[in-house]
Design a protein around this ligand. Structure first.
Ligand code: HPA
Ligand code: ZN
Length: 338
């Protein structure tokens, strides 16, 4: 149920977003505009037809449409426009810091240069920092349905740009592509000084979360829903203070949960886990970070203290330096005092 005081608090709280695929913020309106601008054919006649196609029964259903959507992204300007549109939405939700994913292989596979995506995304992030006051980190993900060799080739392409890329992640089709497949490429990324995170336990079993921790040595777990099936794993994640980047509306749209009231966010907090709220692919899943906060707060009747905790976790789970985290926490405390 909606609670006006809690709703106002959610809107006013400073937030960080830690799990956002920039290609998943491509709204149908921009999809059409870029298709026209670039002369790319798309299999939809109207925006309504696009939205109607966003009806998924699992992760793969979504990924098929997600990769198709990317086909309109060709130039630096396209990547700039995409990223800028996201940042304006984030600003409206009082987001102060973003750590966004991009999928270089989704572009290089189509003949779009690694640098075209990187330059466009980064230019918008820099403009967002200067004009909207949103700080950022950029994380490149490896597509786990592709080979280890392909991931290594992608890491190679990033080498001239290591001061512009802050971390690596692992996304795409989870089941059948365990973290173990990428142990060596993650080891190399860590040697290069990159942060490391991975999607684990979205559809995949708790063993994949164990592998992400043991073999990839991740600093965060993206999603992590199925970690709750394993009590020893829960204890370990709590003891190590690892952050889980939970995506409630994504979970609902991809049928990871049957109803928004099944979101694991409150259970995670009750178990002492550092859960955060994120939008994943907001153009496809029906809402940005604010909508995700409101959806779970209303469905799970979160207390104001829990909502504040989620906002705090988003900064303490970020890759920001401690001094910056402390500054954001002080501002949250001020907002929470009312
Ligand atoms: N899961 C896995 N891969 C993805 C996702 C997701 O939710 N979004 C974009 N790539
Ligand atoms: Zn994701």
């Amino acid at each position: 149920m909606t609670n006006p005081s809690r709703s106002a608090l959610i809107d006013r709280l400073p937030k960080a977003e830690l799990h956002l695929h920039i290609e998943g913020s491509l709204e149908p309106e921009l999809l059409f505009a870029l298709a026209t601008r670039n002369g790319v054919a798309i299999p939809f006649d109207t925006i309504e037809a696009v939205r109607a196609a966003y009806d998924f029964s699992n992760l793969q259903d979504f990924l098929d449409i997600y990769y198709q959507g990317m086909s309109v992204l060709l130039t630096e300007q396209d990547f700039f426009d995409l990223t800028w549109a996201y940042l304006e939405r984030a600003k409206a939700d009082n987001v102060r810091h973003v750590e966004i994913f991009f999928d270089p292989q989704g572009h290089t596979e189509r003949g779009v240069a690694f640098e075209t995506a990187l330059n466009g995304i980064e230019a918008a992030l820099k403009a967002g920092e200067a004009e909207l006051g949103i700080s950022y980190r950029l994380i490149m993900c490896f597509l786990r349905h592709l080979s280890e060799e392909d991931a290594f080739a992608t890491l190679e392409q990033a080498l001239p740009h290591l001061e512009r890329i802050h971390g690596v992640g692992l996304d795409s089709s989870e089941v059948g592509h365990p973290p173990a497949k990428f142990q060596r490429v993650f080891a190399r990324a860590r040697e290069l000084g990159l942060h490391v995170t991975a999607h684990a336990g979205e559809e995949g079993p708790p063993e994949y979360v164990h592998e992400a921790l043991d073999l990839l040595e991740v600093e965060r777990i993206d999603h992590g829903n199925r970690a709750l099936e394993d009590a020893a794993l829960v204890e370990r994640i709590a003891a190590e203070g690892l952050t889980l980047t939970v995506c409630p509306l994504s979970n609902l749209k991809l049928c990871v949960i049957g109803d928004i009231t099944d979101s694991p966010v409150k259970r995670m907090l009750d178990l002492g886990l550092k859960a955060t709220i994120n939008s994943d692919d907001p153009a496809y899943f029906g809402g940005y970070i604010g909508a995700n906060f409101h959806a779970v707060a209303d469905a799970l009747d979160l207390s104001e203290a829990e909502v504040v905790r989620l906002a705090e976790n988003s900064f303490t789970g970020s890759f920001l330096p401690m001094a910056d985290q402390i500054q954001h926490l002080a501002e949250i405390a001020e907002v929470a005092r009312g």
